[in-house]
Design a protein around this ligand. Structure first.
Ligand SMILES: Cc1cc2nc3c(=O)[nH]c(=O)nc-3n(C[C@H](O)[C@H](O)[C@H](O)COP(=O)(O)OP(=O)(O)OC[C@H]3O[C@@H](n4cnc5c(N)ncnc54)[C@H](O)[C@@H]3O)c2cc1C
Length: 485
């Protein structure tokens, strides 16, 4: 073999179809050496949590199988990235490294550093956008500033040309004949993991698993997404978030599957399918917005975007935090959500808002503590979306819900889980309670509790706080920063 190979550096783009780095490397018609480098220390203060590591372990296995199916393979190694790639380049006599860009701030810096190392060593480096519809920074206000409000941001996105059609999935990849001579080192992603088996009951973390979810969603839920997306008892959302995070599907593929050829027309009528399509693509738009915010305001991963919130009188409380994490607050809608998260690595968006609001407003625990728990337990843990979600809920982020709007977990429950299917599934000890009391068991008469087998304080907790008191305490706390500003 005389042609020098290209190293294809996989990161959060663990797919074959619509993968720009892979597509353009393949066009060179020289051998490809696919590589994944495990380097958690390069993620800065947010290295992948347990659920993410579980997903990554499965995703890498599946990517290797898919690559083998195309006559190629996957080399895995343990970092640091720069040295690892340079070593592999010298072992394989590679001439170039192709990769799709990452947007987590520490990884961006890492990539700049590695690119310099590779270029200094005489290697060609080519990078692509494989994970966003519109590259970060491409969508700005007329004055050239980043948007801090979602609606004009998304309007500006929709005014741009339609994202290009997805790139095809290769059937065959240029062969690299010496894979056997190049050692792989398996990272121990599942070390100290107690959860492994539970998550496998709920997910198929493969590229084809992503497309199965997309098909299921477009055939059975998309048309009613506008109304269905707020009902956690039913499967009415796409559950694509972990696949999008790990790049097992691209937002471009999702776009063209739901809205072929064009931008979704702004719905003028009350017609649910049109509203649903618009709404669904807007959710993909929130993901784009989150990536833009993290790009321009990287400190928001730890600090509030609105500086006055730096002085908010949060109260760290380890015991209350643990009751929240375990789903033992005594508020059924909150507990159901936290238990869904721990059992499946995922939680419905409506419930994420309810549990997050409860933590920061009813318990006054800093949003960063909640974000850290989500980070460890969500299979879709994503620094951009998680930061946006928590800062939105805490009222301290871009386009955030005002702090004084405090979700009432009881009315949220009766509105979005009216027949109680969600609470009954995740809090089985309450399953026999009639709907009327399901979201506030402490109000139920003793005989109703007795008939349902509920003993408050024994098999289901008493409420951790009284809702009206907690609400007043939160508003008083908020007054202290309002007065200062
Ligand atoms: C406190 C909090 C924390 C969150 N943390 C994360 C996180 O770590 N990772 C993550 O992917 N999402 C996060 N979200 C956003 C949202 O809850 C999930 O993306 C959504 O529930 C995933 O389910 P789905 O794929 O069925 O969504 P669908 O309703 O089917 O939406 C399709 C896709 O749009 C994107 N999306 C939808 N809503 C949002 C949103 N509000 N912000 C950004 N992108 C969105 C996701 O990529 C999602 O897969 C968080 C929200 C909150 C309130």
């Amino acid at each position: 073999m005389t042609e020098r190979p290209i190293i294809l550096w996989f990161r959060n783009d663990l797919r074959l179809a619509d993968n720009p780095a892979l597509h353009f490397a393949k066009q060179r018609k020289t051998p490809l050496v696919p590589l994944y480098v495990w380097s958690p220390e390069e993620y800065g203060d947010w290295p992948p949590g347990a659920a993410s590591r579980w997903w990554l372990h499965q995703a890498l296995r599946s990517l290797r199988d898919d690559l083998r199916g195309c006559g190629s393979d996957l080399i895995t190694r343990v970092g640091p990235s720069g040295k690892t790639i340079l070593d592999l380049a010298s072992q394989t006599n590679a001439s170039a490294v192709f990769f799709n860009r990452c947007f987590q701030p520490a990884l961006r810096e890492r990539d700049e550093h590695v690119t310099r190392q590779l270029v200094d060593a005489g290697l060609e480096v080519q990078t692509y956008n494989g994970s966003l519809l519109f590259d970060v920074g491409d969508v700005r206000t007329g004055a050239g500033h980043p948007y801090k409000v979602f609606t004009p941001f998304w309007r500006a996105c929709l005014a741009k040309p339609v994202p290009p059609q997805p790139l095809p999935k290769p059937r065959k990849l240029p062969e690299f004949p010496s894979f056997r001579a190049v050692a792989s080192h398996e990272p121990d992603l599942l070390a100290n993991m107690s959860w492994e088996n539970k998550l496998a009951d709920h997910w198929i973390p493969t590229e084809s698993g992503a497309h199965a979810n997309l098909r299921e969603f477009t055939q059975h839920a998309l048309a009613e997404y506008h109304t269905g997306r707020d009902l956690p008892a039913e499967r009415k959302t796409s559950r694509l978030s972990p696949y999008l995070h790990f790049g097992q599907i691209s937002p471009r593929q999702v776009w063209h599957a739901v809205s072929p050829h064009e931008h979704p027309p702004t719905p003028k009528s009350d017609e649910t399918p049109a509203k649903s399509l618009y709404q669904y693509l807007a959710e993909i738009g929130w993901r784009e917005f989150a990536y833009n915010l993290l790009h321009f305001f990287p400190e928001t991963r730890n600090q509030p975007l609105r500086p006055e919130f730096a002085d908010f009188p949060w109260e760290r409380n380890a015991a209350a935090l643990e009751r929240w994490q375990r789903g033992m607050t005594g508020y059924p809608m909150v507990d159901a959500g936290m238990r869904e998260l721990y059992a499946t690595g995922w939680m419905h968006n409506r419930v994420r808002m309810i549990v997050a609001s409860f933590l920061v407003k009813h318990l006054l625990i800093p949003w960063q503590d909640g974000a850290a728990w989500f980070w460890d337990t969500l299979v879709d843990a994503d620094l951009a979306s998680n930061t946006l979600g928590w800062q939105w809920t805490a009222g301290c982020g871009a386009d955030a819900a005002p702090f004084f709007r405090i979700f009432n977990p009881i009315t949220q429950g009766t509105k979005f889980d009216p027949t109680g299917g969600y609470v009954r599934r995740w809090c089985p000890e309450l399953a026999e309670l009639p709907e009327k009391w399901l979201h506030q068991p402490w109000e139920a008469p003793a005989n109703v509790l007795g008939a349902a087998g509920v003993i408050l304080g024994e098999n289901y907790p008493d409420p951790i706080v009284d809702h009206p008191e907690a609400r007043k305490r939160a508003l008083d706390a908020y007054q202290t920063i309002k007065k200062q500003n």
